[in-house]
Design a protein around this ligand. Structure first.
Ligand code: TXA
Ligand code: MG
Length: 332
């Protein structure tokens, strides 16, 4: 495994590595992806081995154009046109019926496929270069061990899966990801559009473009690994806490275990000295909060933190993606 600073020459080398069937972890605007040639089943198979991901969990195909996305799907709709015109390149994944050229391993055996055109310049350049020397289609889940917190920095990728990569696999370092939470996933394969995962683009923005609201019914949602309760979870015990309860919970924990390593992720200030010693200031706006969230969770894991107390953010629509990830991080 080699970490390379992303530039013209290393991106070119990474595109060749993909064409040769190797893995390339690369930055997107949401989180780092663990990429393989999406049309090469043996290469895509290695993603599952490295992540420890169950074989029936589908992965997203990344492409550099709407045309490439159309070639991987059937029944491209007017809604798909409107959404991609508005939000691509960017943090939106569309689920559509799969075309025959998409390998089973990518779809987890389902008849649908997830496609996304990322906006990160390194991702786009990698996809464009890979289209010259290979398929141009990159299957990529988040570049972390299955169930763990997604990486937003190259060092997080190395810490999570570095020891499982081969000498031919690469990590492209493109700095820290802007958005910080995964893409929004919209399923357009059925009769009505459905929101499968809140993410980088707010539900309301998508509803505005679609001209309709998503139905509340999630009963027949297909397999989405992100919809498992305990996902995106740090090793530490994470708890969502009201600000006024924070001090009490810190003291309780310290009573049972005086040397317990506790971090308090807080938006608000606190007069408590026990909290102040452990406080990690989080941004008060949802965009800034999302950008920094996984970094602080990954830092906590690397530093052996035992308990993460997270002040509950507001329960308003702009916070939906952050609240979704916090709920999963703290699910037991
Ligand atoms: O922002 C993102 O989407 C990042 C970056 C790397 O692009 N990728 C990402 O991939 O979050 P992953 O594998 O960690 O999460 C993708 C989610 C999973 O929950 C998967 O089950 C779902 O997308 N998914 C993929 N294909 C699907 C399909 N055909 N039907 C339903 N869900 C699908
Ligand atoms: Mg993931």
């Amino acid at each position: 495994m080699t970490i390379l600073h992303a530039d013209d020459s290393t991106i070119h080398r990474a595109a060749r590595a993909l064409a040769d069937g190797h893995l390339v972890a690369f930055p997107t605007e949401t989180v780092y992806g663990l990429g393989a040639d999406g049309l090469n089943p043996q290469a895509a198979q290695r993603i599952f081995e490295v992540k420890g991901r169950p074989a029936d969990h589908p992965v997203i195909l990344h492409v550099a154009s709407v045309m490439a996305a159309k070639s991987l799907t059937l029944n491209w709709s007017a809604a798909a046109d409107r959404l991609t015109q508005e939000f691509w390149p960017g943090p939106l994944t569309l689920i559509l019926k799969r075309a025959a050229n998409v390998p089973d391993i990518v779809t987890g055996g389902q008849d649908t496929v997830g496609v996304r055109m990322p906006s990160h310049p390194v991702a786009i350049q990698l996809l464009t270069e890979f289209a010259k020397v290979g398929s141009g289609v990159v299957a990529a889940p988040s570049a972390n061990r299955f169930g763990a917190v997604s990486p937003t920095r190259a060092a997080d990728v190395a810490a999570s899966i570095g020891d499982r990569l081969s000498e031919h696999d690469l990590i492209l370092d493109g700095g820290s990801c802007d958005v910080g939470v995964e893409s929004t996933i919209v399923d357009l394969s059925g009769s009505q559009p459905r929101l499968l995962r809140p993410g980088g683009i707010a539900r309301q923005a998508i509803e505005r473009v679609l001209g309709q609201s998503f139905e509340a019914n999630h009963a027949d949602v297909p397999r989405v690994s992100g919809s498992l309760e305990s996902h995106y979870a740090p090793n530490a015990r994470a708890l969502l806490v009201l600000p006024e309860e924070m001090d009490k919970i810190v003291r309780q924990e310290l009573l049972g275990n005086p040397s317990s390593r506790i971090w308090c992720l807080m938006i608000s200030d606190s007069a408590s000295t026990e909290i102040q010693k452990r406080r990690h200031k989080m941004p008060a706006d949802p965009v800034g909060y999302a950008h920094g969230l996984y970094a602080v969770l990954n830092d906590a894991d690397r530093q052996g933190v035992e308990m993460i107390l997270i002040e509950s953010p507001p329960q308003t629509p702009e916070w939906e993606a952050v609240n979704d990830r916090l709920k999963r991080a703290s699910a037991v």
